[in-house]
Design a protein around this ligand. Structure first.
Ligand code: MD3
Ligand code: FE
Length: 220
């Protein structure tokens, strides 16, 4: 794993932002979202007030341990008919809440830092994990454009994510993700297997006993 340091400390946080390269075109930006956190958390709250978190059903008939919602033009859904993107919330039959400006700008800034200058997300999937919740190893293949990267933001309790290879059985690296960290992966790394180990019990000072992960995608 290669580590680089920004020469220019962020004016708001004083801290140099650390960027860890985890793949040829994949990066973890430690604490990248912290300067915007006071705008991000209320925006997240108002989205889940409009489109409440729910445990969706996998095509195989299992309820996901992660609760999900979305904002933006398209939201990722799953039910007995499969995984796909939909322009409406299947619970309310309303369009998903709009993607807040602060979300889009943060995702674009992170993408740019990782070498994806013209990322335009049309979907933000919100995953909420409570202790014990996990996401098994999978690939993200439901988007129309694999040219676009995916950008993720972690909030709340820490998680261990598995960054795998191109076949399910390939070895994976374990990477810890903390509140405010962002991960960007695209290009040759876009179809890597990845997952989240069961969240350990704990309490985050800002978010309590939960972890949120937001993934920004070009889905349509
Ligand atoms: C992709 N979410 O919603 S995002 C998902 O933390 C999803 O909720 C996870 O996977 C979560 O589809 C992980 C961060 C991530 C990290 C490494 C990856 C995604 C990755 C490596 C390759 C591909
Ligand atoms: Fe995924």
């Amino acid at each position: 794993m290669q580590t680089t340091f920004d020469l220019f400390a962020d004016t708001e946080s004083e801290q140099p932002r650390r960027a860890d390269q985890i793949g040829e075109q994949s990066w973890v930006l430690r604490g990248f979202a912290l300067p915007q956190i006071d705008q991000l958390l209320p925006a997240l709250e108002s989205i889940i007030a409009c489109a409440p978190l729910r445990h969706m059903m996998t095509p195989g008939g299992f309820s996901m341990s992660v609760a999900t919602s979305s904002c933006g033009a398209l939201g990722w859904i799953t039910d007995r008919n499969g995984y796909r993107y939909s322009s409406e919330d299947p619970v309310s039959h309303q369009p998903w809440p709009a993607m807040p400006e602060v979300f889009r700008e943060l995702a674009q800034a992170a993408a740019k830092r990782a070498g994806f200058a013209d990322f335009v997300p049309d979907s933000c999937l919100i995953n909420r994990y409570v202790p014990g919740a996990k996401m098994s190893l999978h690939q993200d293949k439901d988007e129309n454009a694999y040219e676009a990267p995916i950008v993720s933001l972690s909030l709340g309790l820490p998680a261990t994510f598995l960054f795998g290879g191109f076949a399910r059985g390939d070895r994976s690296q374990k990477i810890s993700l903390l509140h405010g960290d962002m991960v960007i992966w695209g290009g040759v790394d876009r179809l890597r297997y990845h997952g989240i180990l069961p969240i350990k019990p704990g309490r985050h000072p800002r978010l309590g006993e939960q972890r949120f992960n937001l993934t920004f995608r070009t889905a349509g």
